[in-house]
Design a protein around this ligand. Structure first.
Ligand code: HEC
Length: 137
């Protein structure tokens, strides 16, 4: 028998889990579509993971940098900012529902992080691969 509690629980689930997941999916899908519109694709989570590890020697300090320098290898765990030492919440949307839910944030951080890590902006292909990887984690 369905109790009132069951019904409430179901509503809460939809509100807290299903709705945020759906909005995350559509934000990512919109970004992917915009990269495709500029000629990129298809995108690969596996390629994204390789890029995630890819190390580049910085022209600024001669040290090796990659996305893992601040975010780590495990996207479900917190990272640590290489410059400030501050904790960075996990990037994986499966443990952090706020991730990949805002196109503005995605654009801002791709710009900043690609420049800091690789000394240049990421291409639409690279961004698509990154998003496919991050959302699969
Ligand atoms: C110098 C440290 C640093 C490096 C290296 C770095 N990031 Fe970040 N990244 C951050 C910080 C700080 C934030 C925002 C922190 C927050 O929202 O908690 C962030 C946020 C992001 C976000 C936003 C996610 C969201 O929706 O909230 C994405 C995507 C991202 N980074 C991808 C990358 C990629 C791809 C690389 C490698 C090319 C990379 N980052 C390298 C520090 C870094």
């Amino acid at each position: 028998m369905k109790t009132r509690d069951d019904v409430l629980r179901k509503r809460l689930f939809i509100l807290l889990v299903a709705v945020p997941l759906a909005s995350q999916a559509s934000v990512v899908d919109e970004q992917l579509a915009s990269y495709q519109a500029s000629g990129a694709g298809p995108f690969s989570a596996q390629k994204g993971e390789q890029l995630w590890q890819q190390e580049v020697v910085s022209e600024k300090d001669g040290r090796t940098r990659s996305c893992t320098t601040c975010h780590g290898n495990d996207l479900r765990s917190s990272g640590k900012h290489a410059k400030t030492g501050k904790a960075i919440e996990p990037l994986s949307p499966s443990v952090n529902a706020e991730r990949l839910s805002s196109a503005k944030k995605i654009r801002k951080w791709f710009k900043r992080n690609c420049k800091w890590t690789w000394g240049r902006e990421c291409t639409p292909q690279e961004k698509g691969d990154f998003l496919s990887f991050i959302r699969s984690q």
